[in-house]
Design a binder for this molecule. Structure first.
Ligand code: SF4
Length: 229
């Protein structure tokens, strides 16, 4: 198999609700979000990576020490033989979660029977999707993924990272309304985290504006249990 895993976080308690998990970061993403923290993961194939056999060896050593494994990225649904990879991890006894942008609905449908939890990133209100993903025609794909998830009954969360350089609190309200209309039950707002390579980071005040009660209250009418992180 090809080298598609660019990195591994061996232990996390925050990326897979209710599970102690390892995270596998898969190389490759079809989107070009202007706020991407991991642009080095966008090209496919990437410059470096670990062989899948090495990942499996690492996971065998974590049996009974971890509950689950998160397939993240990049976009893990771009990975070759992703269904087989997920099945192989399940066969070791782990629960499996996936973090996805939802742009591959049919691949999502294919893997769902083996998935315990999905975190689906909603980048923007539908009318700003092209601007904030750098790619046209993604809205239909993402909406289809949401429909597949809602109908599947698999536990999932839609979530938005609040980058004030690209989104406003009015945008997050619009997103929440759109998700509610599609039957999405769980929504989370995530604070934008600045990082070293960020040339023009937003201020803490701008980031916190999304989490002020006057911004949250209208969203909580749709999502009383809105998750904040
Ligand atoms: S979907 Fe994620 S990995 Fe892909 S470009 Fe956007 S932020 Fe980066």
């Amino acid at each position: 198999m090809t080298q598609t895993v660019a990195g591994v976080v061996p232990f996390t308690s925050i990326d897979f609700p209710g599970c102690l998990a390892a995270v596998l970061f898969f190389q490759g993403c079809p989107l070009r979000c202007p706020f991407c923290h991991n642009p080095e993961l966008q090209p496919f194939p990437g410059p470096t990576g670990q062989k899948w056999e090495e990942i499996m060896e690492f996971l065998r050593g974590r049996i009974k020490r971890l509950d689950g494994v998160v397939f993240s990225g990049g976009e893990p649904l771009m990975a070759p033989e992703v269904v087989e990879k997920i099945q192989a991890v399940k066969e070791l006894g782990f629960k499996v979660a996936i973090h996805t942008s939802g742009v591959y609905p049919e691949r999502l449908r294919e893997i769902l029977p083996f998935i315990d939890w999905v975190g689906l990133d909603i980048k923007a209100p539908w009318d700003k999707y092209e601007e904030l993903t750098g790619r046209p025609n993604m809205v239909e794909q993402v909406q289809k993924s949401l429909q597949i998830l809602v109908e599947s009954g698999v536990d999932f969360e839609a979530r938005t990272t609040c980058d004030p350089r690209h989104l406003t609190p009015a945008d997050t309200l619009k997103i929440a309304q759109g998700l509610h209309a599609l039957g999405v039950k769980t929504y989370a707002l995530q604070k934008y985290r600045t990082f070293d390579a960020d040339k023009n980071p937003p201020s803490v005040t701008e980031i916190e504006a999304f989490f002020a009660q006057e911004a949250l209250s209208p969203i909580q009418k749709f999502y009383p249990d809105l998750i904040l992180r």
